[in-house]
Write a protein that binds this ligand. Structure first.
Ligand code: ADP
Ligand code: MG
Length: 229
């Protein structure tokens, strides 16, 4: 499986679908420890991203786009999220995709480039949010995902193994935010009462990385191997 710009597009479109399906769940999580808008915020943003990608697809239709840098797609995602998603998560995910786009200037990503993409995204979130691990934010999903991706690449895993490691680690890590007390973001206003609830941004990070893996498994034609996996 090649991780090219078409993969990046499938990733983003699958994220939009996953966010739509989980919109109410994300909003409910945010209602518990925030202001109840995380599902709406992300849904609005990723619908706008899909509309931008659809418009761009019409422009390039018929042209050879096989040398299109992966980062081109990620940059569209970044600018669209920044301009359409309010709240904390718009600038955070926007910065993540912008940083990721800057290290993805090639038409294809190998396992170490996938690790670099994820690392850049994590650094974007952490620096924009001035957040570190343990504060009950999306960083608590991103950091374990990057660590697991690095280990998978060091063990000689292919692109799919790296993405799978990241997605599985993020999913577990999102769950592991439940007992944490928030010390960053809106949830920190609740103090101790923020414990006992999953962080919405950590959950949406898990959805995003799950979609990255699913897009790789599915292949260009929407793929039988995706269904089998
Ligand atoms: P808002 O907090 O403005 O309502 P959202 O509801 O869209 O924004 O997103 C909330 C999520 O953003 C939180 O669950 C958390 O994961 C993440 N978040 C909030 N503040 C920060 C921060 N300073 N650093 C990292 N992540 C943050
Ligand atoms: Mg919110």
């Amino acid at each position: 499986m090649t991780l090219d710009a078409d993969w990046a597009e499938r990733w983003v479109r699958r994220t939009a679908e996953a966010v739509e399906a989980a919109k109410d769940e994300l909003t409910e999580l945010d209602r518990q420890i925030g202001d109840g808008d995380h599902g709406e915020n992300l849904h609005r943003g990723f619908q706008a991203v899909v509309a931008r990608l659809d418009a761009a697809a019409v422009e390039v239709s018929g042209l050879d786009t096989s040398d299109r840098p992966v980062g081109d797609v990620l940059k569209i995602v970044a600018t669209t999220l920044m301009s359409t998603v309010g709240g904390a998560s718009g600038p955070l995910y926007g910065t993540a995709f912008l940083r990721a786009s800057k290290v993805s200037g090639r038409p294809q990503l190998d396992p170490s480039s996938v690790v670099a993409l994820l690392e850049a995204a994590l650094e974007g979130v952490a620096s924009r949010g001035k957040a570190q691990v343990g504060e009950k934010t999306m960083v608590d999903a991103w950091q374990p995902a990057v660590d697991a991706a690095e280990r998978a690449a060091q063990d000689g895993g292919d692109e799919i193994a790296v993405l799978r490691a990241a997605a599985e680690a993020a999913d577990k890590a999102a769950h592991d935010t439940i007992p944490l007390v928030a010390t960053k973001g809106r949830a920190s206003y609740l103090g101790e009462r923020s414990a006992g609830h999953e962080d919405p941004g950590a959950r949406s990070t898990a959805l995003l990385l799950g979609a990255a893996m699913a897009a790789a498994l599915a292949g260009p034609d929407g793929g039988a191997d995706g269904a089998a996996a």
